[in-house]
Write a protein that binds this ligand. Sequence first.
Ligand code: ARG
Ligand code: ZN
Length: 863
Amino acid sequence: PLIRLEDYRPSAFLIDRVNLDIVLDPHATRITADLALRPNPAGAPDGPLHLDGDDLTLVGLDLDGAPVPGADYAVDASGLTLHRPPRRPFMLRVVTEVDPTANTKLMGLYRTDGVYCTQCEADGFRRITYFLDRPDVMAVYTTRIEARREEAPVLLGNGNPVEAGPVGEDRHYAVWHDPHPKPAYLFAVVGGRLGKVEAPFRTMEGRDVTCAVYVEPGREDRAGYALDAVIRSMQWDERAFGRAYDLDVFNVVAVSAFNMGAMENKGLNIFNDKYVLAVPETATDADYANIEAIIAHEYFHNWSGNRVTCRDWFQLCLKEGLTVFRDQEFSSDMRSRPVHRIGEVRSLRARQFPEDAGPLRHPVRPNAYAEINNFYTATVYDKGAEIVRMLRTLIGPAAFRAGMDRYFADNDGRAATVEDFLAAFATVTGRDLSAFARWYERPGTPRLSAQGAYDAAARRYTLHLAQALPTEGPPLVIPVALGLVGAGGPLDGATCASAADGVFILDRIEAELVFENVTEEPVPSLLRDFSAPVRLDLALSDAQRLRLLARDSDPFNRWQAAQDVALRLILAPDAARTDAFAEALGTFLDGEALADPAFAALVLALPTEAEAADALSGDIDPDAIHRARHALRAHLGRALAPRLTRIDAALAPAEGASYSPDAASAGRRALRNAALDLMAAGDPQAGAALATRRLDAATNMTDRLAALATIAQIPGEAREAALASFGERYAHEPLVLDKWFALQATIPEEGTLARIAALKGHPAFAMTNPNRVRALIGSFSMGNPTQFARADGSGFALVADTVKALDSANPQIAARLLTAFGSWRRLEKNRRQAAAEMLNGIKAVPGLSRDVADILVRTLKDG
Ligand code: ARG
Ligand code: ZN
């Protein structure tokens, strides 16, 4: 049964206030909900009242203080129906009971390591009480939580704490009040034994806020970086968007079993502990960067998501795309902007482009869904963020900021739509944004093709641009940031009337740009800073691309040029051209590696095997791609060896230097470790020896894991010894073992399947913890293309079996794992057949969850 955007109707009833009394118990938690209901003036006037409910035991039902007679209501698997609800405001008391310990879906109220916590987005609140569980029903919540003091000394809710005290001998309670009306998906409670770190923040409006991060007791020393990121996020949102925090407390809680990264519950963000806990001994530079970004993301939701929420789940990108854009801007301000931009685009291409090219493709704002939890996708999040970025490019930063102010002002306290968002920008600019809005509707990645011609006599360069989309329809509005680059650098004297500020807006199928005063034959630098999420077809020679690497002013396109050359060499190996590439990289490294190590590390990172596969339209043979990429790396490693050795020496940390997670220090580590890895590709024996020394000398997890990753690629005793000793050293650090699981799961060798089978029996592995499953099985399916897509089908079988084993316990995680099959139709025939067999094998399982069935049906159709 599909839910469709066009079928949206306002709710027949509204709920203005919710008073909850939650008595926590491991197996029988009792929830008393007093709901102040009234007919919605904007809703349909009659009919029954259906409250959503899932997996609940109904204990009591009173209307205005009197029990509701059995004949007046009915309960089924989807909820509770009052046959003849009053046509006036009334109070409904609903008493339910749930078993948080048995809740393996990790939606609603559940326990993880003995801590009670909740996850209500998208539709988990109905697993706590019967409710109008839709985001356009917004209420003011007061929550009383009661528990055994020993079991849950800490009791947290949304909003501000208003009251707390003992209940009898060994119990206690706390009351929380959230004055800001919110949808049920932002509700949260936490109860448990937790340690905390806290810090004060005074908002620009003068409000004193206590910020706290709660973690497993004894882990408080690992919470400091997250707490600091909270404070920096609050400061930044005031400065960049004029948004101040609006409660007296802001709490973050880290839990170990969590289906996703984190959740923006009002005043009480709940996090996967992977995105909170960090000390140099256990967390890598990438972990620190993720923690900073995700803390910011969830905090920024306070305005883009909470104060202004979504009318319905089709509008998910309204909060997610916008909030990703905001967290990207934050990280860019905290770190190196160009380096961060390259990282954003790499992840867009790794996750969103394949999605947009396969059977799971959907518009950034979908029109229909069977299971909304399957639409928390790279398309909604990351392409959604790219649309916001294009909007800013289109109207300029000042108008963009004015439009954001307008959006917040007009929609504060409302459940809004994408149209409301665009209307704010149309109002402040006076522009018609209806053509731009097509980005939300049209699935698939557009192709932008470009062809240039130089007329030396007229000193004129003509550039022909054309766009093509996979689906029929009118053209998109594509901002193309561009410039011309001569042998000595950008041709600043060239002028183009239609791109005066360096951006051409392609809003037709094709267009011709004329540059005057072009003094030499240029190389065009197109889509600077990746100004639009499109695939660029531009036929340039290696030499022309390498000019961009050496001379372009746009760092993104410098990096892109090296990627393009490398990608071609993977798809069509050529020794002479590889030599020329190596020489250009050598010159680049000599000139600037030490000036900007983070950027240089990215230039050295070749396109992944998945990216190479994504460049092919079909008949993909992952083994061939792997061999070609490996050979290119080996060739470059040998050719660049003296330089890499010099870089390695120059970037060695000073004796006794202490670790700092800042971007500059991380960049030095990144380049040094990239150099190590490339050296090892060129000379595996020497590389293994050097990596082993580096492993022993490492003083932080970034360097230790990088060295281990290099060793893991080189078969032999040294590898097995290194893996074993790492596993022992961190036997009691699950988040570190996740890295160890992932590293072993991505070894591109036949023996990996047996390794994974063995690791499933590791004492720290548990199918009930999503982080463990993602680390071992998810990394295999997404990060080991040769073994996952083995022609004998055994790699597919491993993942399919995990999907089947997990489906009834945790359908969300099972469905997410299954998306690894998204590109199966583009594989060569044998692999394609093996994948189809596996998918049909899952299909044959009776009683599949809606989550898995939905992904399966979409993956199999679309032939
Ligand atoms: N809103 C959360 C975030 O992006 C993620 C929630 C994901 N929920 C889900 N059901 N998959 O910040
Ligand atoms: Zn989000």
